[in-house]
Ligand binder design. Structure first.
Ligand SMILES: Cc1cc2nc3c(=O)[nH]c(=O)nc-3n(C[C@H](O)[C@H](O)[C@H](O)COP(=O)(O)OP(=O)(O)OC[C@H]3O[C@@H](n4cnc5c(N)ncnc54)[C@H](O)[C@@H]3O)c2cc1C
Length: 401
């Protein structure tokens, strides 16, 4: 049962825990200095997060474009035009984007057209445009919004390829195979984006904290009577175990947090402002064009000069195409002033709290009640402040302000 599985930092952190059998505690497996003589330096103490509500610089709210059947990646013939749909990636759009783009571009290439229109400039539209350019196409993006106004810019930005992607009933073996291909393709692409100026992508550490042993399940939070939230498919299991560094259990003296159980994990983080900028710059450098356009109806596609289109409108496809299989899943993140020395994240099991440290700030995330089916993007300040206060509790009450 993953109904309330917390996406973003937490989902990724928990996935990192479960992929393979846990190794013994480092306290049991390492002897200081080993047998070779001089000891290695002990790690420096962690710089505390300044968890104060006066340091909230932005409350970002957006919706995950969830489809019970998973992303829609298929071609349709509309008159003289071929429209390839590429939308509905739930809480995994950034993580799956490159693999999903490749599938969409393969469909587009079958038309043999040399020019491609991409509708949308979020994670999916931008990566589709880049993959198409690499395949030799001339690409024009038509979009209502550009980064940083697109919903993709409000995401957490961690590798979370199976977060709220589809429900259990639709996770057939064929779907799982396609998903694994997309995830592996994307993961490989991200390895080529490491170590670049501005650090668009980097590996960072984090701590999963728990009041009870990790082997024990947390009690399921009560669901509102009317909640239609599905059982999300648990796609990862063993499938991507080789792509994630394993988390390690820590003894109480090996971490500073006031909780009895902790594990350290390592995860891939996308610094979305720098990463989006990089994608935009590369798209323009390779001859891409961007046209500001708000489509009120798909019939307006017929007025475009391109005969092959990719529809990457994300949640916008619900209004544009009347696709009611798209369900909004609201998410909110409070961004705190950046702390460059804080290079770790936190997930506190059972306390509705997850923090990802990015170059542009500390992203503090908590779930609200009734996020599923909720398309409101109005910030909930009280929820954000409560999460920051819970975080402050991990660093001593003095930092709560
Ligand atoms: C709180 C939160 C945290 C998340 N964290 C992560 C994470 O850590 N990792 C991860 O992989 N995913 C994460 N996600 C999911 C991810 O953000 C989405 O899957 C992704 O943004 C979807 O991208 P998209 O390009 O399909 O949609 P969008 O970013 O919404 O882009 C759609 C584009 O289409 C355009 N458009 C829409 N309608 C029209 C129209 N009618 N005419 C013209 N243009 C139109 C828009 O202007 C925009 O350019 C998170 C989501 C949320 C809400």
């Amino acid at each position: 049962m993953q109904r309330r599985r917390f996406i973003g930092g937490t989902g990724a952190a928990l996935a990192a825990m479960g992929a393979r059998p846990a190794p013994a505690s480092p306290a049991e497996t390492s002897s200081p200095g080993g047998s070779a003589g001089a000891p290695f330096a002990t790690p420096a103490p962690l710089v505390p997060m300044q968890a104060r509500i006066d340091r909230i610089v932005e409350i970002m709210v957006c919706t995950r474009p969830f489809r019970a059947a998973g992303p829609r990646i298929e071609a349709q013939q509309w008159g003289r035009q071929t429209v390839v749909h590429n939308y509905g990636h739930g809480g995994s759009g950034w993580s799956l984007s490159w693999g999903s783009a490749r599938l969409a571009v393969e469909l587009a290439l079958t038309t043999r057209e040399k020019r491609l229109a991409v509708i949308g400039c979020g994670a999916i539209g931008l990566t589709t445009a880049r993959v198409a350019q690499r395949a030799g196409l001339r690409v024009r993006i038509y979009s209502r919004e550009l980064p940083p106004q697109v919903r993709s810019s409000m995401a957490t930005g961690v590798w979370s390829p199976s977060s709220r992607l589809c429900d259990e009933a639709h996770a057939t073996p064929a779907f799982r195979r396609q998903w694994e291909t997309m995830a592996r393709d994307s993961h490989q692409m991200y390895q080529h984006l490491l170590g670049l100026p501005g650090e668009p992508v980097e590996w960072r550490e984090g701590y999963v904290l728990s009041d009870i042993p990790f082997g024990l399940p947390l009690p399921e939070p009560a669901q509102p009577e009317a909640s239609a939230e599905p059982d999300y498919a648990d796609l990862e299991g063993e499938l991507l175990g080789d792509l994630r560094p394993r988390s390690v259990p820590l003894a109480p003296h090996q971490h500073p947090f006031p909780v009895p159980f902790a594990r350290r994990y390592t995860q891939m983080v996308f610094n979305l402002p720098a990463y989006s900028q990089l994608l935009m710059n590369e798209f323009m450098r390779d001859g891409g064009e961007i046209v500001h356009r708000d489509f009120e109806s798909p019939r307006q596609f017929a007025g475009l000069s391109e005969r092959t289109l990719v529809n990457a409108t994300g949640y916008g496809a619900r209004a544009l195409l009347g696709d009611e299989s798209l369900v909004p899943v609201r998410g909110q993140i409070a961004r705190l002033v950046p702390q460059p020395d804080v290079r770790y994240g936190i997930t506190w099991r059972g306390h509705n709290l997850s923090v990802v440290s990015r170059r542009d700030g500390l992203l503090v995330q908590a779930q609200g009640d009734g996020d599923f089916g909720n398309e409101s993007v109005a910030p909930d300040r009280a929820l954000a402040e409560a999460a920051v206060r819970r975080l402050a509790g991990l660093f001593g009450r003095g930092s709560a302000a």
